[in-house]
Design a protein around this ligand. Structure first.
Ligand code: GRF
Length: 197
């Protein structure tokens, strides 16, 4: 099964997928990694694993007076040409256009560090932590969901609750969340790849 992964940052979740494939926990291979940032450490992780990479910088499009829609269309074309069975947003920090989402309906999934229907958008971990400090919550979580036009609101595939405990620092919570992500994302991928036979 052909997996395409989109990243923007350190790629620790990309690494979790790479490791799960090595351990034969995922019956597929990552055929390409796209990064929205040239500086993403995840690119090095892909290169070390001999996975082809591309940098798709929205800034470059803007510098050339090309539109965001042009960016989405070109990215959709590049991904389509790879004939993927699954497209995984693993720390991809750009909102994709409705036409992009439509192009990969049912095979586009996203990892988000919050519970279904809870905090959406960037800085979800920090926002959960701030609410914990204000006494407004004692838990958060992680989910993998299908991507639809509405940000972080598609049908849930897997999710896991994470308690925020007294004495936890923001770093402690981030570490707990990332540990769950690194387990949950490969599980969600395998679940989709085996059921989509
Ligand atoms: C993860 O917390 C992911 O849920 C969020 O961005 C982070 C990406 O981490 N969207 P990494 O690049 O996979 O290490």
């Amino acid at each position: 099964k052909r997996i395409v992964v989109l990243i923007s940052g350190s790629g620790s979740n990309l690494q979790a997928i790479i490791d799960s494939i090595t351990e034969k926990k995922i019956s597929g291979q990552i055929v390409h990694v796209f990064s929205s940032k040239a500086s993403a450490y995840g690119l090095e992780r892909a290169q070390k694993a001999n996975i082809p990479t591309s940098i798709v910088s929205l800034k470059d499009y803007k510098d050339k007076n090309l539109s965001r829609e042009e960016f989405n269309k070109d990215l959709a074309r590049s991904v389509t040409l790879l004939n993927p069975d699954l497209v995984v947003l693993a720390g991809w920090m750009l909102i994709l256009s409705e036409s992009f989402v439509e192009s990969f309906k049912n095979i586009l999934i996203n990892l988000h560090p919050a519970l279904p229907g809870d905090i959406e958008g960037a800085n979800a971990i920090e926002r959960a932590y701030d609410e914990f400090i204000l006494g407004k919550r004692t838990k958060t979580g992680v989910m993998v969901h299908h991507v639809i036009a509405q940000v972080d609101r598609g049908e849930m595939i897997l999710s896991e609750e994470i308690p925020i405990e007294f004495g936890d620092s923001l770093k402690d919570l981030e570490n707990k969340i990332h540990a769950v992500e690194h387990k949950l994302l490969p599980l969600a991928i395998e679940k989709l790849l085996t059921q989509n036979n």
